[in-house]
Structure formats: C-alpha cells, structure tokens
Ligand binder design. Structure first.
Ligand code: ZN
Length: 439
C-alpha cells in the first residue's frame, strides 16, 4: 500500500479517484459517504462524488483494508502512466495505449477459468524492466516456469536447489551503469575460471538460473545484485560451498576494482526441498524463492530500499524530485539487460517452452471470450479518465451488460469532464487514434 500519510493531498485525491474506483456487483455501497476511505482522504470528497454520480452504477471505494490484490492490479496501470511520462522516447509510450494497426478496436477479454480480464488489440512494449503492466504478465509466467523447473529437478532423484546471492559493496554516489558493468565483468571473470567450473563439478551442479535485480537506498545508493539458483545433486554437504564461492567472488571483484565484504558479498541458501513448500505455503501475493527471482523488479522495497517500481510510487507521491531521475537512470542502464537466464539445456530437460517476453505479453488465455469491443471514443474516454485498470476490474466478473453499462458511464463522464476537453475535442473531430494519446 502507498503511504497515504506522506502523500500530498492532491496526489492522494487523484490516486484514489483513479486507482481504486471499481465496481463490485455483489457489494453495493450506495451511500458513498459511508464507504471507508484512507484516513487522509475523507475530507475532500469532491473528486470521488463526481464519479459514482456520473457512472450511475454500483461503485465502491476500496479502502486500505479491502482487496489488496485489486489495488495492486489497478495500481500497475497508474504506475505505468507515471513511467510513460518519465520515458517519452521509449516504446512504453504506446504500450496499452495505441491500438494495433487495422484492429477493429480494443477488445476486452474475459478468461472464465481464471476470473481475469485483459485487453486485446493494443500495442505492447514487452519491457520487464520499465513497464509495470508488461512486467506483471511476464513475471507471472516466469514464476510459473521457475516453479516448474524447481519441481522437475526435485523430482529427479530428490535433486537439491540452492540459491546464491552475489553482491558488491557500493556507495551513495556510485554510478549505476559503471557499477552494473563492473558486476557483470566480475561475474564473467568468476564463471569463466577453471576453479569455478571445478566447483560446479565437485558439487554436481547441473543447471542454473540467473536473475538480475537492483534496488536503491538512501544510505548506499544503487544495489545491483545477482541471484543464481543451483540445481545440484543432493548428497553433498554444501556448508563449505559458500566460503569457496566467496573466495572466488572476492577475487573476481577485486580484479575489476570492486570490493566485497564477507557478510554481504555471498549468501548461499540451501533451500533443500523448501522452495516448493515456499510456493504452496505462501501462495499468491507472497514472496517465495521463485518470486524473489522472477518478480524482483515489482517487489516493494524493504525498509529504506526501493525496488524500481517503488521509485515510480515515490515519483507519484513524494515531494522528492530525485526519484524521477533515479528511475530514468535505471531505465537507461537496464535497457537490454537480461532478466532471467536459464542455463543451456535446462528448459529442454524440463520440457519447458522457450518463450520470449514479447510472446508472453501477446499471448491470450485459451478460454478468453470477448466481452466488449471498444471503439475510438470509448477507448479515448477510458484512457482520458485513467480508467484502464478499472475497466478490467469490472470485466473480471465476466458480465457483458455490466461492462457495457460501465463503459457507457465512463464515456458520459468523459464527455462532461472539464479536465479532458482538449483530448475529447480531438477525438470528436476525428483527429485519429494516434493524435489522441491522452493519459
Ligand atoms: Zn508495456
């Protein structure tokens, strides 16, 4: 949850108005005043009153205590809008905004088996690093892949999966590009060494999956680091393995001018048999070892550490201007970096298809049914009012009539909203889809 107490009132208002208005067929709160709002919001209800009156349908305001999952689903659309403003030259600018050429409109699709909804016919950026919308989808699929290879390996003679985390010491003012380049050089130097290969042979490491991630903190600045899952034979005692890797990592880092400290430089977690348990025990929404790797860049920062999408939240809600610069720097440096790297043959051995990020974001669920086809004006209204996430929340119920009512109400609201006059005129004049990039 965002820290409402730290937001400025205007930001809170627009955030709440656009992020958490949603329809719940079975939870009708007709009296908006009785709905629970986050503490700092209640005093200024003008923004909120307009919506339900104009929407004319059952609308509730999700409070801080109501569905966190719904909030998080909607929030990624809000954060994407923030990222788009920061990176106007990236493909992100058209992601889930522009309709693909020759498409009849924007499809709103519903997947009954998952009770989920998504759009079809929209351009995508497929960036796992900077796009909260694409990243959510890619990460979900990658997490499933990790679960699958981990399960497969454990099923192979009770194979052991352990995780090594490699970090380097860094300071508040270190340049992320230079730090990441050095980290990668050190990693190549270590993994290319005969000693490292011998270690893998000694411990029976057959496959690996490497994940790259980064956080930022006030004290020590950027913190790029690597997680490596080791798929190894179970019989050996791996207690000494961490020390051996530390010696190699320390030497390799030294060669590229980096410093490693023993406490943080290398961490080996031999989560024998525990990784699968993590997943089933914590389930959806909790972080397991698989999540840690696959969803690292959407992870909320712990303490004073910020994951990349936390930086976007800070851009939206804090007074500090540095967060925009930090996100832009991160986007520049991480562009083109590989997110998860499966070692050669691992996918084939585990019967896993090799899907690119682009294939994942373009994939539609097999049982997807068309709930609505939004025309230019409807889509302009949804975008103009910043309700792309909310439309999908409504669509999750799979009810065409309810969705149709909602979209009609959104268009009516848009037609009367003073904030969208210019963009509305462009659409009404038939200025074309590309000219009407609104939100
Ligand atoms: Zn995207």
């Amino acid at each position: 949850m965002p820290d409402y107490s730290r937001m400025e009132q205007d930001n809170v208002n627009s955030y709440v108005a656009s992020a958490i208005i949603r329809v719940a067929q079975d939870r009708v709160i007709s009296d908006v005043a009785s709905a629970t709002l986050p503490p700092s919001v209640g005093s200024d209800a003008s923004v909120f009153e307009a919506a339900p009156a104009a929407l004319g349908i059952h609308t509730i305001y999700a409070s801080a205590s109501s569905s966190r999952e719904a909030l998080s689903r909607v929030e990624k659309w809000e954060l994407q809008a923030v990222a788009r403003r920061l990176l106007p030259a990236e493909r992100l600018r058209v992601c889930c905004i522009s309709v693909v050429p020759d498409a009849p409109g924007v499809k709103v699709l519903h997947s009954p088996s998952r009770s989920s909804a998504h759009y079809g016919g929209l351009m995508r950026c497929s960036s796992v690093w900077v796009c909260p919308v694409c990243s959510a989808k890619i990460s979900e699929v990658r997490r499933g892949e990790l679960e699958r290879v981990i399960g497969w390996w454990r099923g192979c003679d009770d194979g052991l999966v352990a995780m090594v985390t490699l970090t380097v010491s860094h300071g508040r003012h270190d340049d992320l590009g230079a730090l990441l380049a050095a980290l990668r050089r050190a990693f190549r130097s270590m993994t290319g060494s005969r000693r490292y290969k011998a270690l893998f042979e000694d411990y029976g490491v057959a496959h690996t999956v490497r994940g790259l991630e980064v956080t930022w903190g006030y004290d020590n600045g950027w913190h790029p680091h690597l997680h490596i899952l080791l798929f190894m034979v179970p019989e050996l005692n791996i207690d000494s393995m961490e020390d051996e890797i530390f010696a190699m990592w320390s030497a390799a880092a030294g060669r590229v001018g980096l410093v490693i400290d023993r406490k943080h430089g290398v961490k080996l977690q031999a989560t024998t048999g525990a990784i699968g348990d993590y997943v089933s025990k914590y389930g959806k929404g909790k972080w397991s070892a698989a999540d840690e790797l696959a969803r690292a860049n959407s992870k909320r920062g712990r303490g004073d550490r910020f994951a990349p999408f936390d930086l976007l939240r800070q851009v939206a809600f804090s007074r500090e201007s540095q967060f925009a610069d930090l996100f832009v720097e991160y986007a520049r440096v991480f562009k083109g970096q590989r997110h998860l790297v499966f070692s050669k043959n691992l996918r084939a051995a585990a019967s896993l298809l090799d899907k690119t990020d682009e294939q994942i974001v373009d994939e539609l669920h097999e049982d997807a049914v068309l709930l609505a086809l939004l025309g230019e004006r409807e889509w302009a209204a949804v975008r103009g009012l910043g309700l792309r996430g909310q439309v999908l929340e409504v669509a999750r119920a799979g009810d065409k009539a309810v969705l149709g009512d909602y979209v009609d109400a959104v268009v009516a609201l848009w037609l009367t909203s003073p904030r969208t006059t210019q963009s509305r005129l462009e659409v009404l004049r038939g200025a074309g889809r590309q000219a009407a990039v609104l939100d």
